[in-house]
Design a protein around this ligand. Structure first.
Ligand code: GLN
Length: 200
C-alpha cells in the first residue's frame, strides 16, 4: 500500500492518520524532509493557514514540499490545507505563502461572518450518488477556478449562491470541509486511489 504523510506542524493530524489507515494506507506524520522523502502522497490538514505557512518556513519544509508537489506527488488539502494549495488567496496575511498547486482563487474564512461552522450533506461527484456529511469550520470557499480544475462539489451559502468546496487539478485535491471528523472515509479512499494511480 502507498505511504501517505500528514503534514504535522499544526492542526488535525491524528484524525487524518486514522482515516488513512482505515482505508488501507500506511500513514505517518511528516515534520521533516526525511519523513517527506518516505511518502507517496501528502495530506495538508485543517488548522490555521497563516500559522501553517509560517511553520513551513520555520521548519524549512516549504521548499521540499513545493518540490515534491511540482514533481507530481499527490497532495490533498483540507480547509487550511486547501488555502495552502491555492494559486491566489483573498483575505490572508501579506506575508503568507502557498503552493499554487491548483489554479484557483480561494477566499479565506468565506462563510465566517455569517456562520462560523456548519454541516451539510453534499453530493461529491467522484464518490457516487450517496451524499457525504460535510463539516465546515471557519472554512474557505473557492471563488474562481482555471480551465484545468474540476469542481467536485458545491454548497449553497447564505448569500444564496452555490460555491465550489471540493476541487481537483491533476494530482492535487482540495476540500473546504473536514472529512476527518466524520466516520465517512470516502474522501480518504479517493485520495489513496489517486496515490495508487500515481505510484503504479
Ligand atoms: N480559517 C482557517 C484559515 O484561514 C482554516 C480553518 C480550518 O482549517 N478549519 O486557515
Amino acid at each position: 500500500a502507498p505511504t501517505i504523510g500528514v503534514l504535522a506542524l499544526q492542526g488535525a493530524v491524528i484524525e487524518h492518520i486514522r482515516h488513512l489507515e482505515e482505508v488501507g494506507a500506511r500513514a505517518i506524520p511528516v515534520r521533516k524532509q526525511s519523513e517527506l522523502d518516505a511518502v507517496d502522497g501528502l495530506v495538508l490538514p485543517g488548522g490555521e493557514s497563516t500559522t501553517m505557512s509560517r511553520l513551513l518556513d520555520v521548519y524549512q519544509m516549504y521548499e521540499p514540499v513545493a518540490e515534491r508537489i511540482g514533481a507530481g506527488m499527490p497532495v490533498y488539502g483540507s480547509c487550511a490545507g486547501m488555502i495552502l494549495l491555492a494559486s491566489q488567496v483573498v483575505d490572508t496575511r501579506a506575508d503568507a505563502t502557498w503552493f499554487s498547486a491548483i489554479d484557483m482563487t480561494v477566499r479565506r474564512n468565506a462563510f465566517g461572518r455569517q456562520l462560523d461552522s456548519f454541516e451539510a450533506d453534499l453530493v461529491v461527484d467522484p464518490l457516487g450518488p450517496e451524499p457525504l456529511r460535510t463539516v465546515f469550520i471557519r472554512a474557505p470557499w473557492v471563488e474562481t477556478v482555471g480551465p484545468g480544475v474540476e469542481v467536485l462539489a458545491r454548497v449553497r451559502a447564505s448569500d444564496g449562491r452555490d460555491h465550489a468546496v471540493a476541487v481537483r487539478q491533476g494530482n492535487a485535491l482540495a476540500t473546504s470541509f473536514h472529512p476527518e471528523v466524520t466516520d465517512d472515509v470516502r474522501i480518504h479512499r479517493y485520495f489513496l486511489d489517486m496515490a495508487r494511480a500515481a505510484t503504479s
